[in-house]
Design a binder for this molecule. Structure first.
Ligand code: PLP
Ligand code: COI
Length: 365
């Protein structure tokens, strides 16, 4: 496959109809998660004959697709989730964008999609953030959520990897994904998310489509989120619908499932493991038996649990529920000290309040 250029020049086409400043200020004052979008998007096309081409920052608008486009039939779609933060000194930064670019390439490889060079991924995000910089909200817990994605656009109904793709980045100002406090989590014993050899480690839309019925099930049991177990034995903890999961044991060890190909290699997960080491905690990436977690919560051996991810940041888990009962961490309502301490360190790095000793921050403006 050829590419017109490894890092194409982005044509900048500002919208002729920008959101008025006072309306934008109202929209970003209380944004919730994922319903308000900025004025622009980044778009880059791919064809086997031309490689990546026609890179633009343009007005955000509907995408026109042939009804035979393969994404609509065979779900060749991948995405990423990352955030731009406004720091105390007025600059706007992203967190480890090269990791998102790498994971995007890995997801593309798994889904037999075109390889998007890291420079194009990062340039698209940077140019969009520059263009929509006024949409980056200020204040604790607020950021501009960035959603890079790629879809197969070739009009062809034979089952094969498409020869044409569209890479797009959209952005939305966001607040917390969950409210404050702890979440309750339903352990799904009816549905699994990924099997060995499957697509669990890829960030493809199909994984999320398959998780929705389990997420709905968790809500029907009065929980906020779902936790999946391994598909072979339904014995080991995997991850949640859109987050990784970690537990703190009473021997000051932070434990989380290993990356064996069935869970998403979270960038937040990786950063927290590093920060936990910095805080003097021991870390273990090891299979975790769900029965051990339930017994350990009752005995006090498992003291804290939390979900982690770009959208969720670090969200304390108050309780896990399953048909045979409930596992409560602490009093089930108050976030644990270690979860809060790790969250504070992580968010202070992201908002520029703490020295970025690991070199995780990428400045855009
Ligand atoms: N697991 C799943 C299924 C996710 O959707 C996410 C969110 O992106 C994560 C884990 C956490 O990944 P990251 O920390 O890179 O956002
Ligand atoms: C993210 O954290 O970026 C995700 O993709 C998860 C989803 C809950 C929005």
């Amino acid at each position: 496959m050829v590419s017109e250029s490894a890092a194409p020049h982005f044509n900048i086409e500002p919208t002729s109809n920008p959101t008025p400043a006072d309306h934008r200020a109202d929209l970003i004052a209380n944004p919730a998660f994922g319903r308000i979008f900025t004025d622009h998007m980044a778009v880059v096309k791919y064809s086997e004959s031309r490689g990546w081409h026609d890179a633009r920052i343009t007005a955000r608008k509907p995408i026109s697709l042939d009804p035979a486009a393969s994404v609509l039939h065979y779900a060749q779609e991948i995405f990423e989730g990352m955030k731009a933060y406004r720091t105390g000194n007025g600059s706007i930064v992203t967190f480890r964008p090269e990791e998102n670019a790498k994971r995007f390439r890995a997801s593309a490889a798994r889904m037999a999609m075109a390889d998007l060079p890291q420079e194009i991924f990062i340039q698209a995000v940077d140019e969009l953030v520059k263009m929509d910089r006024d949409w980056v909200p200020e204040g604790e817990g607020k950021s501009l959520y960035l959603r890079p994605f790629m879809i197969a656009t070739e009009a062809f109904l034979g089952v094969k990897p498409a020869s044409e793709y569209l890479f797009v980045v959209i952005a939305c100002p966001v607040g917390a994904y969950f409210g404050s406090g702890c979440v309750s989590v339903w352990v799904s014993e009816d549905y699994t998310r990924a099997a060995p050899g499957g697509t669990g480690a890829a960030k493809c839309g199909g994984n999320y489509a398959a998780s929705l019925v389990a997420q709905r099930d968790s809500q029907s049991h009065g929980c906020d989120q779902v936790l999946f177990l391994d598909s072979r034995e339904q014995r080991f903890v995997e991850e949640m619908g859109g987050m990784n999961v970690m537990f703190l044991r009473d021997d000051n060890t932070l434990v989380t499932p290993p990356l064996t190909g069935t869970i998403l290699p979270g960038i937040t997960r990786d950063a927290i493991l590093q920060l936990a080491k910095d805080h003097g905690l021991k870390i273990e990436q090891t299979p975790i038996e769900i029965d051990e977690v339930f017994a350990g919560a009752a005995s006090g051996r498992y003291r804290e649990a939390f979900a982690c991810g770009t959208a969720a940041v670090i969200t304390p888990i108050g309780s896990l529920r399953r048909r045979q009962g409930e596992a409560v961490f602490g009093d089930g309502k108050t976030p644990g000290d270690v979860s809060l301490g790790l969250k504070k360190t992580l968010t202070e790095i992201q908002s520029g309040k703490t020295n970025d000793v690991h070199g995780w921050i990428h400045s855009i403006v």
